[in-house]
Write a protein that binds this ligand. Structure first.
Ligand code: G
Ligand code: G
Ligand code: MN
Ligand code: NA
Length: 252
């Protein structure tokens, strides 16, 4: 109950902000894009992560409003962060896809901020694809036709039904951190699993991004497997846009 009042106040004071974690080329570490990650700048409790509050926000119905505050801020920052050939990747939860005009709302938002849709990528989970397949496919196809690219998040942890993959306009598979953690451990079963994901992605002409890379040995194992992109604390933690833009303040 205390948290609910807290959430309302936080919404009215714009305490929810996107942090951005660089996505890099594993070969040379250059930044190719950023993932936007929700944070709550709590006046007393400090910086909170989605795991600390999103479940309560979903129960009391404020999660949608939080997400749209994030979408708005991301839309206002995409062009600067992405530059001419980068991208910003946005997590869109399954609950949004129950709204049949989510695709048009997102495209309108991009238009109103004069964002090139090719600078935006959205991340959905396998669960989202399977909850309402026909409607989700229609919306993803529409977004893709307008230039927005689609990534499948937490890949490997979900329903592992590979049959649907080619039916959606997915360009990127994001390998879940749980597989990366074990990569550099001798005898780990992660190596053949990640290699299989890479082969699958290659044959479907999809890109792979490995999540949660914390150690150089993990980066090397991924490069050996042929994975070209990744993100994780080895390269950079999520930070506010200003940090990556090297400016004191960015309006949003
Ligand atoms: O940043 P962190 O590891 O705490 O994120 C935890 C989870 O919250 C991740 O699975 C991520 O997909 C999700 N998440 C991150 N940003 C957003 C957001 O803007 N909206 C929603 N709904 N979920 C997000
Ligand atoms: O969208 P997704 O659920 O994949 O969100 C990724 C989450 O993982 C973010 O909350 C981010 O803060 C977190 N994260 C990113 N890089 C690392 C890492 O190297 N190690 C750990 N433990 N967490 C990470
Ligand atoms: Mn994600
Ligand atoms: Na993920």
């Amino acid at each position: 109950l205390e948290m609910e009042g807290d959430l309302r106040r936080a919404l009215s004071r714009n305490e929810f902000v996107p942090f951005y974690q660089p996505i890099v080329a594993l070969e040379d570490g250059r930044t190719v894009g950023y993932e936007a990650l929700l944070r709550w700048r709590h006046p007393d409790r400090g910086l909170l992560c989605p795991g600390d509050f999103l479940a309560v926000a979903e129960e009391n119905g404020s999660a949608e409003t939080i997400d749209w505050q994030i979408f708005e801020q991301v839309a206002s920052q995409v062009s600067l962060l992405a530059g001419t050939d980068g991208f910003v990747s946005l997590n869109v939860s399954g609950r949004h896809f129950r709204q049949s005009d989510l695709d048009d709302r997102l495209l309108d938002l991009l238009r109103s901020h004069r964002v090139n849709p090719r600078s935006l990528r959205i991340e959905v989970t396998e669960r989202t694809l399977l909850e309402n397949p026909a409607q989700v496919k229609r919306m993803l196809d529409n977004l893709r036709q307008h230039g927005v690219s689609i990534a499948l998040d937490d890949f490997g942890t979900g329903y592992s039904s590979l049959s649907y993959l080619h039916q959606y306009p997915i360009e990127t598979l994001k390998i879940d951190r749980s597989f990366i953690i074990e990569l550099a451990i001798a005898g780990s079963h992660s190596v053949p699993v990640v290699r299989a994901i890479q082969v699958l992605a290659d044959s479907l002409h999809m890109q792979v991004i490995a999540e949660g890379i914390e150690e150089e040995a993990q980066r090397q194992a991924l490069r050996h497997i042929g994975c070209r992109y990744g993100q994780g604390f080895l390269f950079a933690r999520p930070q506010p846009a200003e940090v990556w833009l090297g400016t004191a303040s960015v309006t949003g």
